[in-house]
Design a protein around this ligand. Structure first.
Ligand SMILES: Nc1ncnc2c1ncn2[C@@H]1O[C@H](COP(=O)(O)OP(=O)(O)OP(=O)(O)O)[C@@H](O)[C@H]1O
Length: 272
């Protein structure tokens, strides 16, 4: 098996140099099939996280356990303060947890020292936030370049900007763009490094229904085209209807999780 892996890796290396982008993804897909690589399944086991704010102790996560298979869209719902962002942040390696275990692919996050955790985050995780967080003094293209970080297999700038329909506006600055356009740039910035996991904290929270649904379509496309696992935090219950899995949180606990038997297209979800 190792031999096959080694040789296929060589073929892939070669393909990265001489094939079209589409071919690269076909090659990666074939490799995954041949070597039985089940990708970046996310396991969380009894994870706890407490914040100390002055004299007040807040239990942001209470024994949170979950398993998210590779290549899925997952919606995380729950009232304000229920621990959704904390869960995303510990999975993404932005924050540490107090106890329990998180394993992403072969990486056990609590085993990583600070530098390795940063490497994990840079290599495997892309983030999108409600407030796009673009750098105002940089153009669209320069903002997306920021996302490259330590990437070993980045996507091509032109390809990704075309995918989010921002190639024609690559020289514009954030203040010259609508909210939806800024979010598309933020998605391109998160995607350019070709992350395994895309963590989205209220990605449509600042957008109207039509623009928000366009962003959801883009996230669905990213999941299907690149095989990226997409976790979406939202207060909009309807967004759960397009996901493979839905997780509900309350007071730091995961109180419900289920798989959707049928998924709706982003245009069909109930907007609230
Ligand atoms: N850095 C922090 N310091 C202190 N308390 C924090 C910190 N971050 C989060 N908390 C607290 O932890 C709890 C969970 O917060 P979290 O942001 O994860 O919830 P959430 O479900 O994402 O909320 P929202 O939907 O409002 O974004 C809240 O009570 C919050 O006030």
């Amino acid at each position: 098996m190792k031999y096959i892996h080694k040789n296929i890796s060589k073929v892939i290396d070669l393909s990265f140099h001489c094939c079209t982008l589409k071919m690269k993804y076909i090659m990666v897909f074939i490799t995954k099939l041949l070597i039985g690589d089940d990708g970046m399944t996310i396991f969380a086991d009894q994870v706890n996280k407490t914040y100390q704010s002055g004299e007040v102790t807040v239990k942001a996560l209470r024994n949170a356990s979950l398993e998210i298979p590779d290549n899925k869209i997952v919606t995380i719902l729950g009232p304000s303060g229920s621990g959704k962002s904390t869960l995303l942040n510990v999975i993404g390696g932005i924050d540490r947890y107090d106890s329990g275990s998180i394993k992403v692919g072969e990486t056990v996050l609590e085993d990583l020292k600070e530098r390795k955790l940063t490497d994990y985050r840079r290599k495997y995780v892309g983030f999108i936030f409600q407030q796009y967080n673009l750098i105002p003094t940089l153009t669209v293209e320069e903002n997306v370049e920021v996302g490259l970080e330590l990437s070993q297999q980045p996507l091509e700038m032109k390809d990704i900007l075309q995918k989010v329909d921002m190639w024609d506006k690559k020289a514009k600055f954030p203040y010259q763009l609508s909210g939806g356009e800024q979010q598309r740039v933020a998605i391109a910035r998160a995607l350019i490094k070709n992350p395994e996991i895309l963590l989205c904290d209220e990605p449509t929270g600042a957008l109207d229904e039509e623009t928000g649904k366009n962003i959801l379509k883009l996230l669905k496309f990213v999941n299907e085209q690149y095989g990226t696992t997409v976790l979406i935090i939202t207060h909009n219950q309807g967004i759960g209807e397009m996901a493979h899995y839905v997780i509900r949180m309350k007071s730091g606990e995961i109180v419900e999780s289920y798989e959707n038997e049928e998924r709706l297209d982003p245009e069909q979800v109930t907007w609230s």
